[in-house]
Design a protein around this ligand. Structure first.
Ligand SMILES: Cc1ncc(COP(=O)(O)O)c(C=O)c1O
Ligand SMILES: [Zn+2]
Length: 373
């Protein structure tokens, strides 16, 4: 693989490898960078889905199930009610029902290029389902460690793809520890942490490229995203950053973050300090229940560069937003996906989003993913 891995916080760099270590100085995960030809133009892109952007992704043989190319659906009721031009990127239409397919396709393709035969990861469910599907496609054995509280449909998906599933009781970090322990005990098992992998985040940049093209070659004014590990947020930031470097867009959108009040490490850390939620509580937004995100410091630094706000919403607001989205727009999403919808009124009230601004909400996971409701 060509390109380079770089620390987002200092000047450390390394050559690409299957499971890169953290930056030795900053102890944070690295990012993937690749130079593109100077004369690279949009007209040289071809095909549909994430591999349309192959020249901007790690140069690996694709593993694909038709991920990406999701519709951008204009809001008919919510947007007019709030006085903004609102659009939804329907990420639930990806092959396993969430945006994680974009990252998993590139991560599995990268791991295969390094000769991986067996991989392990920890996940709240969606990344596990995506990884299990793409590993099956690439004939790589997968072991997934999920918190015992993960939703039934996601667990069923992981098992259906033939991955070995371990439900780990206790907080989310226990699943991470269990995955690491399993890899330490088995030299053939690679720890493919999607939250720390540069290749997973590289796959998520494709959502920025698609949005830019969907909108006829300009970025939206704002994007609001639910944040757990921060991969989606960083994928958008890096993707629009890349478009700016290419000279395709002059400015990047303001990208705002939504978290549940029950677990809001980024919102807390905006005032200073490391992102950490000391007492995470139960939340219906299970994808955002990551009390100490590994990429948290990178997320905070990036949030400042894109002028984004970070908003925490209550359980009631999440549940109400989910129901409204389904009834008023015909879009049924899982609770974590409705975090961004729930955050909109407060972003408008504090003036972060202005009247008639163009706002995109990636609807990150399908309603069928949730246990009930
Ligand atoms: C449906 C859904 N939305 C949003 C997120 C948060 O994404 P990230 O971990 O990239 O911040 C997750 C994470 O699991 C998710 O499953
Ligand atoms: Zn560093």
């Amino acid at each position: 693989m060509t390109g380079e891995l770089r620390c987002p916080l200092c000047s450390f760099s390394a050559t690409p490898m299957a499971v890169p270590a953290l930056c030795p100085s900053c102890a944070v995960p690295l990012d993937y960078h690749r130079d593109f030809p100077r004369e690279f133009a949009a007209s040289s892109l071809s095909g549909r889905g994430i591999w349309r952007y192959a020249p901007l992704l790690p140069d690996v043989e694709p593993v694909t199930l038709g991920e990406g190319g999701t519709p951008l659906v204009p809001s008919l009721r919510l947007g007019p009610r709030l006085g903004v031009r609102l659009l939804f990127k329907a990420e639930g239409m990806n092959p396993t029902g969430s945006f994680k397919d974009r990252g998993a396709a590139v991560l599995v393709a990268a791991l295969r290029s390094f000769g991986a035969r067996a991989v392990a990861d920890d996940s709240s469910g969606n990344a596990g389902a995506a990884l299990a599907a793409y590993a099956a496609r690439a004939r790589i054995r997968a072991r997934l460690f999920v918190p015992a509280h993960a939703s039934g449909p996601k667990l069923a998906q992981i098992a259906a793809y033939g991955a070995e599933l371990a439900r780990v009781p206790g907080p989310r970090e226990r699943a991470r520890d269990a995955a690491r322990e399993a890899c330490a005990a088995d030299a053939d098992l690679l720890y493919a942490s999607h939250n720390a992998s540069p290749y997973f985040v590289a796959g998520l940049t494709t959502i920025a490229y698609e949005l830019f093209e969907d909108l006829g070659g300009h970025p939206p004014d704002h994007i609001v995203v639910p944040v757990g590990g921060g991969g989606l947020f960083l994928g958008l930031v890096h993707g629009f950053g890349q478009l700016r470097k290419l000279g395709w867009c002059g400015q990047v959108p303001r990208i705002h973050i939504a978290q549940p009040q029950a677990c809001a490490p980024i919102v807390r850390a905006r005032g200073g300090g490391d992102p950490f939620e000391p007492e995470p509580r139960e939340t219906v937004a299970e994808g955002a229940r990551i009390p100490r995100p590994e990429r948290g410091r990178e997320v905070l630094a990036a949030l400042r560069t894109v002028g984004g706000e970070a908003v925490a919403v209550s359980e009631e607001e999440i549940v109400t937003a989910r129901a409204t989205l389904a009834r008023a727009e015909g879009l049924w999403v899982e609770p974590t996906a409705s975090l961004a919808v729930a955050a909109l009124p407060s972003l408008l009230a504090r003036g972060a989003i202005g009247p008639r601004d163009e706002v995109v909400l990636p609807l990150t996971g399908h309603g069928l993913k949730a246990e009930k409701g």
